[in-house]
Design a protein around this ligand. Structure first.
Ligand SMILES: [Fe+2]
Length: 250
């Protein structure tokens, strides 16, 4: 029997080598139609070169930029960043080697269509800096863009918004595993969570898989060496709160 088509969905790695490589070890024996990366490769964490070099080599990669990647090309996009984020970005810019800096700076803006009805974006399909937290935010996106399924990142919060006949339903994806079959008659906005800086008080790395033929969506959380990633942040003299956020998952 032919193998089922499967996508890997990764987002918001944020220069966290330990979390990213733990995810790659977990999926090492699995084959994907494509790897969908929703942006924010760099920022916050202490391993921008290791992470970027690895991302560049991923087979079947379909990638868009995030708001942190965007400021590598133009610092004027940094206006809304908090001080820790700014400090990490300026540090990253001095640390990235030329090839990696060029790669991050030239990442394309989303949204990107993967196949008919399936798109990826960073914040939202119409604004990569848009924070999609509420049902009303989701309503705006469903109204403004035609798609069946949209994977988005940026909030670092694994969740699903479903547009049903009777309104929008929000599902907060708690726990270390979630699986569901997406209904053909509904529309979906899905966040696979963040690999490198989860913010839902579960510090484990988050990523997802999607099987388009059976419409099966799977979200996984996996442990990684958080303390090693945190110590690297401190050693690089980046703001200490960035290390604490990893420990707490905030
Ligand atoms: Fe991010």
């Amino acid at each position: 029997m032919a193998k089922r088509k499967r996508y890997l969905i990764i987002s918001d790695i944020h220069s966290n080598e330990e979390a990213f490589f733990a995810v790659l070890r977990t999926i090492a024996r699995r084959r994907y139609e494509a790897i969908l990366c929703l942006g924010d490769i760099i920022g916050y964490g202490a391993s921008p070169n290791k992470v970027t070099t690895k991302v560049r080599k991923l087979p079947g990669l379909k990638i868009i930029r995030g708001n942190h990647d965007k400021v590598m090309a133009n610092e004027s996009h940094m206006a809304n960043f908090n001080n820790s984020a700014k400090t990490a970005i300026m540090w990253t810019k001095t640390i990235l080697n030329r090839e990696n800096l060029e790669y991050i700076s030239s990442l394309p803006k989303g949204p990107l269509e993967i196949e008919k009805g399936l798109i990826i974006c960073h914040g939202s399909p119409f604004d990569e800096d848009y924070y999609l937290f509420s049902e009303f935010d989701a309503y705006q996106v469903f109204e403004r863009r035609d798609f069946n399924i949209c994977f988005f990142g940026h909030t670092h919060f694994p969740c699903i918004f479903v547009q049903t006949n009777s309104g929008i339903i929000f599902k907060n994806l708690r726990g270390d595993y979630h699986e569901e079959i997406l209904k053909k008659e509904y529309r979906y906005l899905i966040n696979p969570g963040s690999i490198g800086q989860p913010r839902d008080r579960n510090p484990q790395a988050s990523f997802a898989e999607y099987y388009p033929e059976t419409r099966r969506f799977v979200l996984r959380r996996i442990p990684y060496d958080i303390e090693k990633a945190a110590q690297k942040i401190i050693k690089a003299k980046l703001p200490e709160n960035l290390a604490n956020r990893l420990r707490l998952g905030t």
